[in-house]
Design a binder for this molecule. Sequence first.
Ligand SMILES: [Zn+2]
Length: 49
Amino acid sequence: MPGCNAVIEGKDEAEVMTKGAEHAKTAHKMTTMPPDMTAKVKAAIKDKK
Ligand SMILES: [Zn+2]
């Protein structure tokens, strides 16, 4: 997230997106994820194998 350094982890992309949406809602008062935000979150997902 811009201006946010929260690290969101999950076992797969779907879990990360779910947690990301929840974080955006609770921490940033965002009720919806704008498409560009979704793209940014996906781009920020690091593959931790
Ligand atoms: Zn945040």
